[in-house]
Design a protein around this ligand. Structure first.
Ligand code: SF4
Length: 477
């Protein structure tokens, strides 16, 4: 997916930009970038961060960069920031989102307006360059941002460094959050950040959260509304469930607290459905299942335990290798078992979600090999049935590779499955849904398996349900 951060200060801003951007490293693994403006010139650095972290790669650049305003990104797609010279001035742009109609938009700009784009390997167009080009079609930056967002099928949140400040613009349906922080005192400034926790240690305090489609203009001493928020929102529920950093708040809801509530709700669901089991420990599948497991343990009264612990010191990054078997090997090497917490024990394992299930199956095999007596699985969201079309979340190269779709294909006796066939498996009270869960249980070798209901998961967020995106689970737009 990726993350973005930007700030305007009455002081040198590069160190704050460096750390604020780095605090988005959990959101992307491919490229990092920063651009600063010193009042006259732009200075930019972009690095590949696939094999070493953002901080290591940019240590050398921070001594060279100087400025009072800057933007940065962690990107899972094309290199950013993009800097263009246009008829509305020089613009530096970072984006997070997804453009489904990229080829059509680029072709239209090339054919009708003589635009041109940097040729990327594979012949694609850089998303952020396309956005910058769309912005520059209009007479000023705010109109350009709205024009770009209206043309894009997908979602696009962005920061545009121009006119001596930063335009912070949230995507039209608010799929991704955008929070504004303010620093007061001798050192003054405003920052815009996808993760609201990215600026806490930099001395900024949360002062505003943008609504869907809203645009504000930041300088060192002001935040000016530019475009009003739209009513309709479809914020990505997965940010609370898994992708987001636990210390952040979105729409006033803290991520870690939501995960505890999600675990509590699953424990209550087990009682209501008479599916509660006796277990020696509740354990999270490390690390993302852990907060959900804490919530489950607190509510059920079953002690929380860690039968598998992640060896973190030398594994700062995850899922880098392209090869699936190598990724599985790395996932297995990262987790070290505590035999005394496994042998002869009944464990209730909680995970945030199951995509392919390959790594979870590896965890199951390991726990069984260390003598676990019973293994029960609880998943904090319903089965994932549809591939995200709004944000660039990397899950599988093909949607039919998810364990849910693979299981449906087996149940239907087909080698492919249509969206309408899949829809029949979304109702958790249906026979088809129960057959799907049973098929997945067998594939993963659990003694019992239960998924959280959609309504239970949405209630755990706690904001109006119609403001949350549920496309992954029920295909509803
Ligand atoms: S489809 Fe899923 S991952 Fe994509 S925005 Fe919606 S909730 Fe988030």
């Amino acid at each position: 997916m990726g993350g973005i951060f930007g700030l305007c200060s009455n002081n040198e801003c590069v160190m704050d930009l460096f750390f604020g951007t780095d605090y988005h490293s959990h959101l992307g693994t491919r490229r990092g970038g920063m651009a600063v403006f010193d009042g006259e010139h732009y200075n930019r650095a972009i690095h590949n961060i696939e094999n070493s972290p953002f901080r290591t790669k940019f240590e050398g650049d921070i001594a060279e960069m100087k400025g009072f305003a800057g933007i940065g990104c962690i990107s899972d797609s094309n290199p950013q920031p993009i800097i263009i010279k246009s008829r509305i001035g020089t613009l530096a742009v970072v984006t997070v989102g997804r453009i489904n109609n990229k080829q059509e938009l680029a072709k239209q700009l090339i054919d009708e307006e003589g635009a041109y784009f940097t040729e990327m390997s594979g012949g694609g167009v850089n998303d952020t360059e396309l956005v910058a080009s769309l912005i520059s079609r209009k007479d000023n930056v705010p109109d350009g941002i709205q024009y770009a967002q209206s043309k894009i099928d997908g979602s696009m949140t962005m920061l545009v460094l121009a006119d001596g400040g930063i335009y912070a613009a949230r995507d039209r349906y608010g799929r991704t959050p955008l929070s504004i922080g303010e620093k007061c005192g001798d050192e003054k400034g405003y920052c815009a950040s996808l993760e609201s926790s990215a600026y806490i240690n930099l001395g900024y305090k949360a002062c505003y959260s943008l609504g869907p489609g809203e645009v504000v203009f930041l300088t060192a001493d002001s935040m000016t509304p530019v475009v009003k928020p739209r009513q309709q929102m479809k914020m990505c529920t997965f940010l609370w469930l898994y992708y987001g950093f636990p210390t952040s708040d979105y729409e006033g809801v803290n991520v870690e607290e939501m995960r505890y509530r999600c675990g509590q709700s699953m424990a209550n669901q087990d009682v209501a459905n008479k599916t509660a089991v006796e277990a020696d420990y509740v354990a999270g599948v490390p690390d993302s299942g852990t907060p959900h497991a804490i919530g489950y343990a607190n509510q059920s009264g079953i002690p929380f335990g860690r039968p598998l612990i992640k060896y973190t010191p030398t594994w700062p990054r995850s899922f880098i290798p392209k090869d699936q078997s190598l990724r599985n090997l790395i996932a297995r090497m990262k987790l070290i078992p505590v035999e005394r917490l496994i042998q002869n024990k009944k464990l209730l394992l909680v995970d945030d979600s199951i995509v392919r299930g390959t790594q979870l199956r590896g965890v199951m095999d390991e726990l069984r090999s260390y003598g676990a007596k019973e293994l029960h699985g609880r998943v904090a969201c319903p089965p994932i049935l549809y591939d995200c079309k709004y944000l660039n979340f990397t899950r599988t190269s093909k949607p039919n590779e998810t364990i849910s779709r693979q299981s449906i294909m087996k149940l239907e006796g087909t080698s492919t499955v249509s969206d309408s066939q899949v829809r029949q498996y979304t109702d958790c009270d249906s026979k088809k849904y129960r057959a799907l869960v049973e098929e997945i249980r067998q594939r993963l070798n659990f003694d019992t398996l239960a998924y959280h209901s959609l309504s239970g998961m949405l209630d755990s967020v706690g904001i109006d349900k119609c403001k949350l995106c549920t496309y992954c689970w029920n295909g509803e737009e």
